[in-house]
Write a protein that binds this ligand. Structure first.
Ligand code: GLC
Length: 437
């Protein structure tokens, strides 16, 4: 191990390598989160152990009922691929403290108990089979390790627990080949990176995996922010992590959770915010007790995948930040969102006009052409003042997957867009004329 860098040196070093390490991730846009563990057997919530105050020795018995069917991780990866997702992040050990791999540092694991299988190995193999980026979720806080509860108040316990965290994450980043993402969670009860030894641990882990990307949940900012259960652009690299239903990360009864679960259209709308603002969407599934994909996830994800096959150009790759409805840089018209790449503004329409025409305001200069992204069909339009008026649109909605049709507006020069440019009351009284932009 080379010398341990100070925090400023470490942050300078990681900043210097960030663009190279994150280039694939920034273009990937869409990933699958998988929350599977003993909590899946209970089927209420991944915080059930503490919310229901299980005595530890009682909760441990669930391990004997934990019985993932053969090939479960492959089923997840197959669906992720079909959904147009480019990477996956799997729970390797959640707050319940049960490791899903053959851990020497943590004997409480899925090889010593329950299925007697290394599910992390199966997950990694499946990701490689489907050419998906590989992410490990690794919680800081847990409720099983004897030192995890007192580590903030007992320094010897803190040192033992930090050593445990280093050991288990070293196993994960040593024994399974190239790993792309380390996804920490809940750095509690300690409230500082010093308390967690994160500066030393993360440097040691980066030595094992020099290209790895680390999220912001070990009390160090590291490589990307993690807005949770809301898709909110940040001023640095960001990935919104979302349950499939706004209720639980873990499995809950499919019949009862269906009304709360996202549709393809809602997922595509989240993807627009991500594509328009240079962020990622990490959308979760909570597999059933036997590891099956929960039925409410299949149809929406397959629909999103079919939609992305035809419209992925507006989603993946090097996007320009600052799109999305009402956003300062490029916009739509309320039922039409925007995203952008160099030379292109994409309009994502979700309510098709019945009269064959629709205006998009705020575009000061005209695109050189407008086509349907999915097949290049030319779209008739007129550029009048600061308005683009689409004309003679077909009665039928062109997009058959989700009813979200993407127009590709190609510009020869930088598109000039001012939201509601005709309305000074929205610009502090400033008037925008064709010249004054
Ligand atoms: C929160 C929850 C945890 C979940 C995580 C996913 O931290 O505590 O249960 O795994 O969000 O981002």
């Amino acid at each position: 191990m080379s010398k341990i860098l100070s925090k400023p040196e470490y942050e300078r070093w990681t900043a210097e390598t960030r663009d190279r390490r994150m280039d694939w991730w920034r273009q990937a846009r869409f990933g699958m989160f998988v929350h599977y563990g003993l909590f899946s057997v209970v089927g209420r919530h991944e915080w059930g152990m503490v919310q229901e105050n299980w005595p530890i020795e009682e909760y441990e018995k669930i391990a004997d009922q934990f019985n993932p069917k053969p090939g479960a991780p492959r089923e997840w990866a197959k669906l992720a691929k079909a959904a147009g997702m480019k990477y996956m992040v799997m729970i390797t050990r959640h707050h319940e403290g049960f490791s899903l791999w053959d851990s020497k540092a943590n004997p409480y694991n899925s090889v010593n108990y329950g299925p007697h299988r290394d599910l992390v190995r199966e997950f990694v193999d499946a990701c490689r089979e489907f050419d998906l980026g590989i992410g490990f979720y690794s919680t800081c806080m847990e409720w099983h390790h004897p030192d995890s509860g007192i580590c903030a108040w007992d320094n010897e316990a803190r040192k033992r627990y930090c050593k445990f965290l280093l050991d288990i994450n070293t196993e994960l980043l040593t024994n399974y080949g190239k790993i792309d993402i380390l996804w920490y969670d809940v750095p509690a009860p300690m409230e500082s990176w010093e308390g967690w030894d994160s500066l030393v641990r993360n440097q040691k882990l980066r030595e094992l995996q020099p290209d790895i990307i680390i999220n912001d949940r070990s009390r160090l900012p590291e490589d990307f922010g993690t807005p949770e259960e809301h898709v909110t652009p940040g001023d640095r690299d960001w990935e919104a992590c979302m349950t499939f239903n706004g209720l639980s990360w873990g499995y809950v009864d499919s019949e009862q959770v269906k009304p709360y679960s996202y549709s393809a259209q809602q997922i595509i709308k989240m993807l627009n915010t991500c594509a328009a603002n240079g962020g990622n969407l990490l959308l979760n599934i909570g597999p059933t007790p036997d590891g099956s994909v929960p039925e409410e996830a299949f149809e929406p994800l397959l629909k999103v995948g079919a939609w992305l096959k035809e419209n992925g150009e507006a989603v993946y790759g090097k996007v320009r930040k600052g799109g999305g409805w009402g956003h300062a840089k490029f916009g739509g018209n309320g039922v039409t969102w925007a995203s952008a790449k160099e030379g292109h503004v994409y309009l994502w329409n979700c309510i098709w006009p019945k009269d064959g025409s629709m205006a998009i305001g705020g575009y000061i200069n005209a695109p050189k052409k407008i086509t349907l992204l999915k097949d290049g069909t030319p779209v008739e339009f007129e550029h009048k003042g600061h308005r683009i008026i689409l004309k003679n649109l077909p009665k039928e909605i062109p997009d058959k997957n989700a009813g979200i049709t993407v127009f590709d507006m190609e510009f020869d020069e930088e598109p000039q867009y001012v939201f509601a440019s005709y309305y000074p009351q929205l610009h502090g009284g400033e008037e925008f004329t064709d010249q004054k932009i």
